[in-house]
Design a protein around this ligand. Sequence first.
Ligand code: GYE
Length: 324
Amino acid sequence: MKKILGLVVSLMAVLVLSACAGTGGGKKTYTYRDMVVGFIQTGSEGGWRAANTASFKETAGELGLKLKFYDAQNKLENQVAAFRNFIADKEVNVIVLAALETTGWDDVLKEAKAAGKTVVLEDRRIDAAEDLYATYIGSDFAEEGRKGGTEMCELLKDSTGKNVVELVGNVGSSAAKDRGQGFRETMGACGITITQTQTANWSATEGKAVMEAFLKQSTDIQGVFAQNDEMGLGAILAIQEAGLKPGVDIKVLTFDATAGAFKAMLEGTLNVSVECNPLLAPQVYEAALKALNGETLPKWVPSQEGVFRASDPNLADVFATRKY
Ligand code: GYE
């Protein structure tokens, strides 16, 4: 009886020890295969967004993690509802958010924290306490805006007129706010004035309509500051239909540097596109895995980005290497 008892006790000891060994003293080490990501996208408003979505879907497949993808159709209330659904979803251990607007996130972030979910922000920053999310991976939109102001000054250096009209992204988003603020920080260097400004919600159709309205208001316009490629491409059509030459009579500056922008620069209707990198998934998933394994991360990992100009002699070669 004593022998059997001894045997059972040592057997149990072996079992417990091996269980502990697997988990490094009780703490689980996560791998990508343990990650179930609830991804809340803004919508599908253009080339940049399509590349961003594809980056997350493709990389999830490559890494073997489970992705639950939600398209909020550009409605903030849809994003908040989806966030709560992912908090309630026992399977989900990571929530990734591309926020439509900078405000309105404190409550759901506190609920996610209480539920032990790891939250990573991608693409767009928000105004919330930093301890409510693991990290933000996205562009320095204010710096992009500053670059844009400097580029427009260069484009208008031989022009007596410095009147610029602004096509704004969706109101309330960090991309729209910060690009607008950054551009205004550097436009003063050459005396640029923003004479008309209006949102066109990142869309080519609205960009065209708003530019038509701007031209009806006044043709004393020397530059277009379009906060993304789509709105700029729409403005180019409106300028052409008004019998003017885009890129010549009116200089055009955009942001993203998607394929559509490269084609327009090679045609000479677009002058400059400030790059904004949509291929963020590998960095985001890596950060989420580190956070799941208890690593403390820097609160912001800014993307590395450039500027592309129609005047760049090797533009066609560069275009051939682009992924989006
Ligand atoms: O510039 C625009 C998209 O958040 C950086 O959103 C992104 C912006 C991008 O709709 O094309």
